[in-house]
Design a protein around this ligand. Sequence first.
Ligand code: SIN
Ligand code: MN
Length: 261
Amino acid sequence: MQLTDAQIAQFRDDGFLILPSLFSPEEVAVLKAELPRLFAERRPENFREKQSDAVRTAMALHLRSAVYARLVRHPRLVEPAKQILGDALYVQQVKVNAKAAFSGDVWQWHYDFATHRGEDGVPEPLALNLHVLLDEVNEFNGPIVFIRGSHRRGAAPATLDTETTSYPLWVVDDETVAGLVADGGLVAAKGPPGTVLIFGDTLVHGSSINMTPWPRTIFSLILNPVANALTRHKRPDHQHHRDLSPVEPLDDDCLLAEAAE
Ligand code: SIN
Ligand code: MN
């Protein structure tokens, strides 16, 4: 799948793209069917919320599930990433952020490069975040909120927050956020299941709690150029994979064809 010139221009201007219903309900069903088994596992790759036992984020899913091993090579994710970044990309991180009904916690305002640089010594803010909404995401159940155009200011000041939630995150201070919001405004990344989000490494984003009865699971794949790989191996492999093999796309029907076997 190729992005149009207009979509690439929009990505460069806004810092993100929202592509509604790129995956079908049948494909989303295959992806969601894996989650109860994966979330039930007690292992370091599953981070649980600070105030409850609900899974906050489940990582390294392509190493734990044949279905997710195919999703990280899906052409509807990999080809747009290659269009934007060029050819040799490795799989940096693979996860599902759950934000469970009634208990899903906040993701503070942040941009991912602060963590990629601060923890892993990634040289440049080139990595792309490719998300697939696995539930309907609406205004109530904790959509990811983007600050439009915030990537254009480059890497904002950031500090490591190990207190607010169960997941350590390099966050942006309120004053910086206020200035960025005044400039670009906010966009909630809402959509039906199967919607794809693409955003860059310096785009500031966050999400509030989920106080609704509706779960909000979102798949996230981070692809980074091999030439821009991590230089520090402080975090475990599931937070930044060491395997720098370039990812090659499978066939477009890879999720359903394999499921039918
Ligand atoms: C979230 O799941 O709301 C946060 C996602 C992200 O930081 O990429
Ligand atoms: Mn993020």
